[in-house]
Design a protein around this ligand. Structure first.
Ligand SMILES: [Zn+2]
Length: 389
C-alpha cells in the first residue's frame, strides 16, 4: 500500500484545518481515499468528505459509519511550542503538531485501517466520513451524513453501527456524558446612575437566578457519575456600562448531562429553579463553513451508554484482543459527535489512538505505535462486524 498511517498523519498535520476552514485538508482526504480505491468519494454541501468501502462478499448488507471530525482548535500560544505546530515532525516515535492527537492521527488510521479490509472479506458498506466543525458544534455535520445514508440510493435507512473516532488511548468508549449550554436572561430599565431610582438593574435580577442554579439538586448515574451545571459567562448590557443602570443581563451555564435528559426536560428544570421573570432557553451556536453554508443549532448534546452485549462492542473488544491490546472499555469524559448518532438510535462506540490529555495542548503529540495499532483495530473490528474475520 502506498500509504501508511504515520506518514498520512504527518501530511494531514501539515494542512491546518480550523473549524470552518477544512477545505484543504478535505482535498487531501479525498485524494487519499480515491488512491486507496474507495468505491465512491464525494464532498457534501457542508464540506464533509465521505468515502464508501463496499464489500463484495454475499450475505446480509449491513452498514457501518466511521465518523472522524477533520477540524482542529487553533494554536493559541505558538511561542510556547518547542515544535512547529504545523510541521508534523517525527521525533523518537512521536508525531508533534496541532491535531496530531485530536484528530489527524485518528483520521489517518481510520481511512487506512478500513481500506486494509479486503473487499471479499465482508458484505455491506463502510462509510468513512471526515466531518467539519466538530470543535465548534458537536454532531451537526454528522447529522447531515446520517441524512445522506438514509436517502442513499444503494440502500437507505440509518447505519447499523457507528464508530466515532476520538482519542481514547485505544480503549472502547461505551458511555459519555451529554453537554448543553443554557442561556439565562433578565431585562431591566436603563437609567443614569445619579438617578438609580428611575431604573431597574438587570444584573440584580440575575443574582438570585445564579444562586438558584448553584443550589439545584444534582443527579447521579452509576456509570457517568454526577451531573454538572457551571456558570461560565455573565454579561450586562450596555457593556461597558459607563454610568448606566444595565437594562439587560445574560448568563451561560455549561451543563454536563446524564442519560435521559432531553432539551425540553433540561429547560424545564432550569425554569422551575429560577425566578419566573428570568428567561431560560438553550444557547444557540453557529459556524460559517468553508463551502459558504452556515451551520446553526441549539447547544444540546445528549448523554448515552451502550450495552456490553451489543455486537458492535463485542466486535470491538475482540478486535483489541486480536491486535494484542487489553480489551478495555472507557467512559468518555468529553462530548463528541456520538451524541447525534446515539440520539438517532444508532449503536455507537468511541474509539481512537491518542490520549485526550494531549488534545488542544501545547506540543500536542501522538505515538506512531498507537497509529499502527489503531489502524489494525479498525481493520479487525470492521471485518469481524461485517464479515467473518
Ligand atoms: Zn476531537
Amino acid at each position: 500500500m502506498k500509504y501508511d498511517p504515520i506518514s498520512l498523519c504527518q501530511a494531514l498535520v501539515r494542512n491546518p484545518s480550523l473549524s470552518g476552514q477544512e477545505g484543504v485538508v478535505m482535498e487531501s482526504v479525498r485524494s487519499v481515499m480515491n488512491d486507496l480505491g474507495y468505491d465512491r468519494v464525494w464532498q457534501d454541501a457542508l464540506g464533509n468528505t465521505i468515502g464508501v468501502w463496499r464489500g463484495k462478499k454475499g450475505g446480509s448488507a449491513r452498514r457501518l459509519l466511521v465518523d472522524i471530525h477533520a477540524d482542529t482548535v487553533a494554536v493559541t500560544s505558538p511561542e510556547s511550542w518547542q515544535h512547529d505546530p504545523y510541521g508534523g515532525e517525527l521525533v523518537e516515535g512521536k508525531i508533534f503538531g496541532r491535531g496530531a492527537c485530536d484528530i489527524k492521527g485518528g483520521l489517518a488510521s481510520a481511512i487506512i485501517g478500513i481500506a486494509s479490509l479486503p473487499l471479499n472479506a465482508f458484505s455491506g458498506e463502510i462509510w468513512v466520513a471526515a466531518t467539519v466543525a466538530e470543535e465548534m458544534i458537536e454532531g451537526a455535520a454528522t447529522r447531515h451524513v446520517l441524512e445522506q445514508m438514509a436517502r442513499s440510493e444503494s440502500q437507505g435507512g440509518l447505519p447499523d453501527y457507528c464508530i466515532v473516532v476520538e482519542p481514547t488511548q485505544l480503549k472502547i468508549g461505551v458511555a459519555q456524558k451529554g453537554r448543553a449550554g443554557v442561556r439565562l436572561g433578565t431585562l431591566g430599565v436603563p437609567a443614569h446612575t445619579s438617578r438609580t431610582e428611575l431604573g431597574v438593574n438587570a444584573v440584580y435580577k440575575m443574582l438570585p437566578a445564579i444562586q438558584a442554579v448553584r443550589e439545584m439538586p444534582k443527579r447521579e448515574h452509576p456509570v457517568l457519575g454526577r451531573e454538572i451545571f457551571e456558570l461560565v459567562e455573565i454579561i450586562s448590557a450596555p457593556f461597558p456600562g459607563n454610568s448606566i443602570v444595565p437594562d439587560a443581563c445574560r448568563a451561560r451555564v455549561d451543563c454536563r448531562l446524564l442519560v435521559g435528559e432531553t432539551s425540553e426536560s433540561l429547560v424545564q428544570r432550569f425554569q422551575k429553579a429560577v425566578p419566573p421573570e428570568v428567561e431560560v432557553d438553550l444557547w444557540q451556536v453557529g459556524v460559517d463553513l468553508f463551502t459558504g453554508e452556515r451551520l446553526e443549532t441549539a447547544d444540546f448534546h445528549a448523554a448515552w451508554t451502550i450495552s456490553a452485549e451489543q455486537p458492535l462492542v463485542r466486535a470491538a473488544l475482540w478486535a483489541l484482543e486480536s491486535a494484542g491490546l487489553p480489551a478495555e472499555t472507557y467512559v468518555v469524559p468529553y462530548c463528541c459527535n456520538a451524541s447525534v448518532t446515539t440520539q438517532a438510535g444508532v449503536p455507537t462506540i468511541v474509539f481512537g489512538p491518542g490520549d485526550i490529555a494531549q488534545a488542544h495542548a501545547v506540543d500536542e503529540w501522538i505515538t506512531t505505535d498507537e497509529l499502527s495499532l489503531a489502524s489494525r483495530v479498525f481493520t479487525l473490528l470492521a471485518g469481524n462486524l461485517l464479515g467473518n474475520l
